[in-house]
Write a protein that binds this ligand. Structure first.
Ligand code: F0G
Length: 460
């Protein structure tokens, strides 16, 4: 096995290319859109081939070996795969918190609930700031610093901002967070405050925040860290590579991903397709995107317009992370659905809440936006898109502690969901609610509660 040399320059030289007109971008515009046609950009590696440098067996061995290395870059679950990432001028300048390296769990109870033989989840909420955003952030913010930016900024539903604020602090940079007032889970808001971001809560929704930020970056030198930034998606794609590695390069039949701004499924799809192109695997999983019914622009785009044009919506869901009506990466996402033969599904607030408790009951837990994956899987099994014996991996995107208010209100029966009568929601979810029991401070009282619980379980 050859020694790992962090500064070895691979032949993975990249270009940044427009997904619309195909033009190669030189200097990137502050909004990361094509200067010619306004579409999004993506990173491309024209020099890749299956030759020695990119030989699948060789890279698999190098990446595996790095898992036992204590070097900073190797112990990141993102930079460990640097041969297939855009190259920094100096690898050692990467701003990293050893992100990635997230576990794959079996979910036996959830498998039964969904009606599949076997179900696994890759828990991206186990990243340093508690969401999948860290994998993209480490790459994009490292490029921000390489380009001598002092300020970075994002519009966010909470997780991107938490991640950006942390990485900016690690890199001694300043960060500007633009979030919709009152629509951010407390865990996420508290993170950006502690990490020292300038946090602006605007009286609008996420889509309004994006509009304001686009104006700001035209008027001030600030590096944009939303997922329109193609370097973000390069980092996020490593979760798919890591997943394949964890499955010993056996490709699952299906990967199910929540959809908000639609960057993540685009990134994962890009990675699976690249791994196939490089000969690491000979097929790709079907990638399916799940949206909340109240924030379903991709679902509507596919079902009402056959994918020809985006159907923006006024987004409303308690899964605040995906409360997005005008997703930036819808075209990238559609391309991934088509290339992998995946599909898009929508789920109700009650289905999300029930699925969240089921993931919790497997001892894993996640935030509401991640639970759409299990809720969506159940539907896809019912419609026959996924069959019982197929292998499925859910991508859980955020940690259960991101949004404790949702969880507590749910179990207390106090969650009020948009566009549904409280009584209807309660009757659909009552069985999953486990409110805390308030008792006198005596062993008898607690043992009485325990016995009542056992009895209810026997009869339930
Ligand atoms: N799950 C969680 C927990 C998220 O925070 C997000 C997006 C998504 C899923 C959807 O991913 O946007 O790539 O389709 N959160 C963004 C944010 C928008 O600002 O934190 P996507």
């Amino acid at each position: 096995m050859e020694a790992v040399d962090a500064n070895r320059i691979s032949r993975g030289s990249y270009i940044v290319r427009c997904i619309g007109c195909g033009a190669t971008a030189g200097d990137l515009a502050p909004d990361f859109r094509c200067k010619r046609c306004g579409e999004l950009l993506e990173v491309n590696f024209p020099g890749w081939s299956g030759d020695d440098d990119f030989h699948a067996d060789r890279l698999k061995a190098i990446w595996r070996e790095r898992r036992t290395s204590n070097q900073t870059l190797d112990s990141s679950g993102v930079w460990r795969f640097r041969e297939v990432l855009p190259e920094l001028d100096d690898w050692s300048s990467a701003i990293t918190m050893r992100e990635g390296n997230t576990p794959v769990y079996d979910l036996p109870r959830c498998a039964r609930a969904a009606g599949v033989d076997h179900l696994r989840a890759k828990h991206q909420g186990m990243n340093p700031t508690g969401s999948f955003k860290d994998t993209g952030m480490t790459v994009a913010i490292s490029f921000a610093r390489q380009n001598n930016f002092h300020w970075v900024a994002c519009a966010s539903t909470g997780n991107t901002s938490a991640s950006m604020a942390a990485y900016a602090a690690r890199g001694a940079m300043r960060s500007l967070v633009i979030i919709p007032e009152g629509k951010i889970a407390w865990g996420k808001l508290s993170q950006s405050l502690d990490y020292g971001a300038l946090t602006c809560q605007l009286r609008t929704d996420f889509d309004g925040c994006v509009r304001v930020l686009n104006d700001i970056i035209r008027r001030h030198p600030i590096y944009l860290l939303n997922s329109v930034n193609p370097y973000r998606l390069e980092g996020q794609k490593t979760a798919a590579i890591e997943l394949l590695e964890q499955l010993d390069w056996r490709v699952p039949d299906h990967v199910v991903v929540p959809g908000g701004n639609l960057g993540n499924n685009s990134a994962l799809g890009k990675a699976f397709l690249e791994m196939k192109r490089l000969g690491f695997v000979d097929s790709v999983p079907k990638i399916s995107v799940i949206q909340a019914e109240g924030a379903n622009p991709l679902y509507r785009t596919v079902h009402e317009k056959a994918g020809r044009e985006l159907v923006p919506v006024e987004a409303e869901t308690l899964a605040t992370a995906i409360r997005i009506g005008n997703p930036a990466s819808w075209q990238k996402s559609l391309a991934v659905l088509q290339a992998t033969n995946g599909c898009v599904e929508q789920v109700s607030e009650a289905e999300i809440a029930v699925a969240k408790t089921e993931i919790g009951a497997d001892g894993i837990g996640c935030e509401p936006a991640s639970a759409v994956t299990l809720a969506g899987l159940k539907k896809l099994v019912r419609t026959g898109f996924i069959s019982k014996s197929e292998s499925v991996v859910l991508i859980l995107t955020g940690h259960v502690l991101k949004d404790p208010e949702y969880t507590i209100n749910f179990h207390r029966g106090e969650l009020s969901v948009p566009r549904m009568a409280d009584s209807e929601f309660q009757s659909l979810t009552k069985l999953q609610q486990r409110a805390p029991v308030v008792l006198d401070a005596s062993a008898d009282a607690v043992l009485g509660a325990l016995q009542a619980h056992e009895k209810a379980e026997r009869h339930g």
